[in-house]
Design a protein around this ligand. Sequence first.
Ligand code: NDP
Length: 449
Amino acid sequence: MADYDYDLFVIGAGSGGTRASRVAAAHGARVAVAEEYRVGGTCVIRGCVPKKLLVYGAHFAEDLKDARRFGWQVPSECEFSWETLRDNVLAEVDRLNGAYKKTLESHNVEIIDQRAVVTGPHSVRLADGTEKTAERILIAVGAHPAVPSCPGHEHGITSNEAFHLDAIPSRVLIAGAGYIANEFAGVFHQFGAHVTLINRSKDILRGYDLTIRDRLLQISMMKGIEFRFDATFEGIEKMDDGCLKVSMSNHEPMIVDLVMFATGRLPNTHGLGLETAGVELDDHGAIKVDEDNRSTCPSIYAVGDVTNRVQLTPVAIREGQAFADTVFGGKPTRVDYDCIPAAVFSHPPMAGVGMTEAQARQTLGSVQVYTSDFRPMKNVLAGREERSLYKMVCDGDTGRVVGLHMIGPDVPEILQAAAIAVKAGLTKAQFDATVALHPTMAEELVLMR
Ligand code: NDP
């Protein structure tokens, strides 16, 4: 047997790479992980975690206003310090980065703080020129924000930079209308910016249930967020006063202070040397893998966003775990991609699991849809017009709940629990057999008509 430096060399210490490294090492493998930026990856360093903290921060804007209706004396002008929130969030990111490193170290995973590129089926080269060999290589390098190649694109930022802004700009234009665009629209808006989302198509959040995303659009517009559709980004011109003039098709140009691109994410495969080992990519530059995360090179595997299957942290973690258990733990495991719950931490948030109504109508012979459209009691007392909307999609023949889609306060928390029932294949009758827990918003799940 060949004598390799390691049993496993992992490139990328994000969610998938960290889990795979730790579990493979726990199974007895000699593991090294190379990370060119910071251990923790997109989710921990510049994604889900700091974003969610900003979303918490943004909620106070309305909570403080609503508090008056609940009897609290709140000054009419509450001061918000972006610097305080930003620095506290970045300090929390530092803490998590340290915790991730400690976890790897305590599992005897060697952390190499350098970029590594593949040089063959069993070898990698580090940025300092050192060559390392491994019986198996796992690519878990994630993805990066896609930026349209229009003139002046360098004047725009992506979500990566949004966490480090010096100040909250007065006028923000966000290109795209997906997850990141809608989440940051809520954040910037609550912090006092005027926000415009522009998208190339007529839709926001394509793939989500139509009724639910339409409700988000209505509420966002009611709050004062602007939308421009059928608008292809044409360019950014930096003006003498530092403002940015943005041109787009079908609409007048706009002058803003900040442009943020949220137009999807692309796999980080460029310049990774994958061709030296015969690792094939798909049309989007993602690594092609089989159900066991194995690439077209038998000793090289890939998990997470770099494979562009489902770009979600918990999925990358499951793939990393399945890879390590299968290859090093003697426990062949495959990820079940059916019924993955997802949420958009917009303002208010949305969440969904299973088929949308449109998907169910295309797939099933008969479909029954139940909805609950209500104003949460907290909003009623606060004098807030926003209504929540829950939609349950059922197989008309069996009554089985095949999809659940929600928008309203706390729906990601509610949906995570309800997703267990949907995944388990429960029927509408079984939901209804559960007594409502009153007064909650979640009780609507067992009262839908
Ligand atoms: P999304 O795929 O959600 O949305 C991309 C948006 O950009 C769409 O509105 C799309 O328009 C538009 N777009 C795509 N390509 C172009 C282009 N070339 N020119 C102009 N517009 C374009 O991507 P995000 O960047 O928001 O997020 C990336 C991924 O990260 C998500 O898919 C998600 O998996 C993950 N994520 C998950 C979060 C969560 O779980 N809460 C939070 C943030 C990110 P159109 O629809 O018209 O094609």
